[in-house]
Design a protein around this ligand. Structure first.
Ligand code: SF4
Length: 79
């Protein structure tokens, strides 16, 4: 499996408990997007001024969680 650089960067920023919670929740989801799309979205989020403490301040979601779901979109159409 290819390591997602953006995920690694986010993981370094977030506390262990937050990441564990996000990964636990994602394990229950059925509409996960591909690793390639997830990484493309994360790259955009990591350069976005609305990302604060791993959270998108436009929608209130953890960026890692939102970018991982196929049906989600950026609230300001950046991806
Ligand atoms: S989802 Fe959109 S608005 Fe939110 S942090 Fe990512 S790029 Fe920025």
């Amino acid at each position: 499996m290819t390591r997602c650089e953006s995920c690694e960067r986010l993981k370094n920023l977030a506390s262990l408990n937050e990441i564990e919670l996000i990964e636990e929740q994602l394990s229950l989801e059925i509409d996960l997007t591909s690793e390639r799309i997830k990484e493309e979205r994360l790259r955009i989020c990591l350069g976005c001024p609305f990302l604060k403490n791993q959270t998108c301040t436009k929608c209130g979601c953890y960026a890692l969680f939102r970018v991982s779901l196929e049906g989600k979109r950026c609230p300001i159409s950046k991806w």
